[in-house]
Design a binder for this molecule. Structure first.
Ligand SMILES: *Cc1c(COP(=O)(O)O)cnc(C)c1O
Length: 423
């Protein structure tokens, strides 16, 4: 019998049977057949410690023995309280308030609701739309779909169902661009703000790395410029660090590259090391204090059932402790050096007629091709070499677990490059 499991993003008629995973250890997971695959994606970018990390497993076991769940409505508990303090400590200065939820999409929904209500509480009720960027991806719920790239963002069929927001072009200046190179990108942002500032509540962005929209990278100058524009036009700046948070770009947060504090920041994927679903939406005092008042409108009417789940908070605390004690930023630098050497500095790869661009940032690398057809078959090719790759569209990428040893990192880049040299 075929399985009743309905797989995500799958074309039901053409999907290949999904191999069954029975376990994992470090950067590899194991299939029922005994086949072991080196995970180049760390399971949609969240399993930053790899599989079956003993400290994370133990943290969940201990917490399960104490308290698996209790509602955060009117109650609190040690893991939620401690995790909130830790997130305030490690995130950019000024993000002092933490609202928990259960996934990246919901964390972004919370951010957008917060932004709209913030302006309403300050007597600017007309600010009810978002400004997002082309190539953006912020999640799959309705509110989030409406701020994903409306053309290439895989949700265009829902356009009649979704609220309308504003979009600015995706930034084009690369990571190492100087201030002058970023000017045209910021001018484009300014143009939309000038035209629509009276209805824009917040500017949303995946700072430095637009991930699911095609691993588009930009400069810290762009973040600083965006920060200044938001001040000028009374618009909140929301950083969606669901993918970039916890080291992916080479610093703890992408915001750290630019020394910028957004008004609201959203974390998920790496938050629990991938071991349980959870998210956090952080806000500055300026945002939070607008919610302190006497009217019933001052309450923030949101409360996911599983917000602050003790198991998730406890494993997030352990994840963070391991991250710091085992010098993950150092490990990320080492992975980055391999990615640069093997991909960025490979002239033959870059000159290959199918290859449009090669980009590397932190523990992220992508080979972009001109035509998606050029990647047909690459996943099967990599699997023969023991590597799990899952390219999408025109992008063949890796976001490895940070514990990936150097030889395994080279095995991943070898499979990626090997595809372009196979005949
Ligand atoms: C994955 C992702 C989301 C959505 O998170 P889910 O947990 O899948 O809902 C939102 N924003 C960004 C940048 C992401 O990469």
């Amino acid at each position: 019998m075929t399985s009743p499991v309905w797989h995500p993003y799958a074309h039901l008629k053409t999907q290949a049977p999904a191999p069954k995973v029975v376990g994992g250890e470090g950067p590899r997971f194991t299939l029922e057949s005994g086949e072991s695959l080196l995970d180049a994606t760390c399971s949609w970018w969240c399993m930053i410690h790899g599989y079956r990390h003993p400290r994370l497993v133990e943290a969940i076991q201990h917490q399960a023995d104490e308290l698996c769940h209790v509602m955060l409505g009117g109650l609190t508990h040690e893991p939620a309280d401690r995790l909130a303090r830790e997130l305030v400590r490690i995130t950019p200065e000024g993000l002092d308030h933490v609202f928990f939820s259960d996934s990246g999409s919901v964390g972004m929904e919370v951010a957008m609701k917060m932004a709209v209500q913030y302006h309403r509480l300050r007597e600017r009720p007309g600010k009810t739309r978002m400004l997002s960027l082309m190539k953006a991806y912020h999640g799959d719920t309705a509110g989030c779909m409406a701020v994903c790239d409306p053309e290439e963002g895989m949700h265009s069929l829902f356009s009649g169902f979704l609220p309308q927001h504003h979009f600015a072009p995706a930034p084009r200046a690369p990571f190492d661009a100087d201030e002058a190179d970023v000017r045209p990108d910021l001018d484009a942002l300014r143009a939309v703000l000038e035209a629509h500032q009276h209805e824009i509540a917040a500017l949303l962005m995946e700072p430095l790395l637009q991930a699911a929209g095609g691993l588009n990278m930009t400069s810290p100058h762009y973040l600083r410029g965006a920060r200044a524009l938001c001040e000028e036009f009374d618009v909140l700046l929301v950083f969606d660090e669901v993918a970039t948070g916890f080291g992916r770009t080479g610093r703890m947060f992408a915001a750290d590259h630019a020394d910028v504090t957004p008004d609201i920041m959203v974390l998920s994927k790496g938050l629990t090391g991938g071991y349980l679903g959870h998210a956090a939406t952080l806000a500055t005092d300026r945002v939070h204090s607008a919610f302190i008042g006497d009217s019933s409108e001052h309450a923030f009417m949101h409360g996911p059932t599983f917000m602050g789940n003790p198991l998730a908070c406890r494993v997030a605390l352990e994840s963070l402790a391991v991250f710091e004690e085992d010098d993950y930023l150092g490990r990320i630098r080492a992975l980055n050096a391999v990615l640069r050497e093997e991909l960025l500095e490979d002239a033959a790869l870059r000159a290959h007629p199918d290859v449009a661009d090669v980009r590397v940032l932190g523990a992220t690398a992508v080979i972009e091709v001109h035509d998606a057809a050029a990647l047909q078959g690459v996943a099967a090719f990599a699997r023969q070499q023991g590597v799990w790759l899952r390219p999408f569209g025109r992008w063949l990428y890796t976001m490895p677990a940070y514990i990936t040893p150097e030889d395994d990192m080279r095995r991943i880049t070898g499979a990626m490059k090997g595809w372009f040299r196979r005949d």
